[in-house]
Write a protein that binds this ligand. Structure first.
Ligand code: AMP
Length: 190
């Protein structure tokens, strides 16, 4: 069972790389951002709540996010493993993920930190916003999301280092080369 946490700032390429890696290894790709956006589109109560946080670049509260993830995990069948994209984003979420996987006799195999310089992140996100129409890909919200990333999410780097799971990935440059580097690291840990 291969459980990969793909980590990085907004715009670091987590979604793109997750799709490529999930396909190569036959993993389920869970993007918590995609799960929330699907709820917003469906107009559910959960979607309405989520939107209030997403539009302001804030994180959805841990308890709610953990319940959502737990439901998604329960719905997986015959999984060869999961690539977690956008979860965990806080220490509390990382602790809960560890617990949830332990209860299933599993663990996080590896955490991949896609490292991209801040200026490049902003440029990528502003460009993405022009195409994707994502309401949170405007410069003001992008800056807020990056602040939240530094304050709440970055402490996970040390947390995963302490847990012996951390791997640094150079996240700028050629997309295919980045996937190759990721796969090399996975092969060593598998
Ligand atoms: P993403 O698509 O991963 O950039 O997520 C978009 C937005 O969804 C984030 O800015 C948060 O508001 C929310 N979100 C996604 N994943 C999480 C999470 N694990 N914890 C809290 N909020 C999240």
């Amino acid at each position: 069972m291969l459980n990969i946490v793909i980590f990085g700032a907004p715009g670091s390429g987590k979604g793109t790389q997750s799709e490529r890696v999930a396909e190569k290894y036959g993993l389920n790709h869970i993007s918590t951002g995609d799960v929330l956006r699907a709820e917003i589109k469906k107009g559910t109560e959960l979607g309405k709540t989520a939107q209030q946080f997403i539009d302001f670049g804030q994180l959805i509260p841990d308890e709610l996010m953990i319940d959502i993830l737990s439901d998604v995990l329960d719905g997986l069948k015959d999984s060869r493993g999961v690539i977690f994209d956008g979860f965990p984003r806080t220490i509390k979420q990382a602790e809960e993920l560890k617990e949830m996987l332990n209860m299933r006799g599993q663990e996080v195999t590896i955490m991949l930190d896609l490292d991209v310089p801040e200026e490049e992140l902003i440029e990528r996100l502003v460009n993405r916003g022009k195409k994707s129409g994502r309401a949170d890909d405007n410069e003001e919200t992008i800056r807020k999301r990056l602040d939240v990333y530094h304050q709440k999410t970055c402490p996970l780097i040390d947390w995963y280092k302490k847990n012996g799971k951390y791997e640094h990935i150079e996240g700028s440059g050629d997309l295919v080369k980045i996937t190759d580097e990721i796969c090399e690291v996975i092969e060593k840990k598998k």
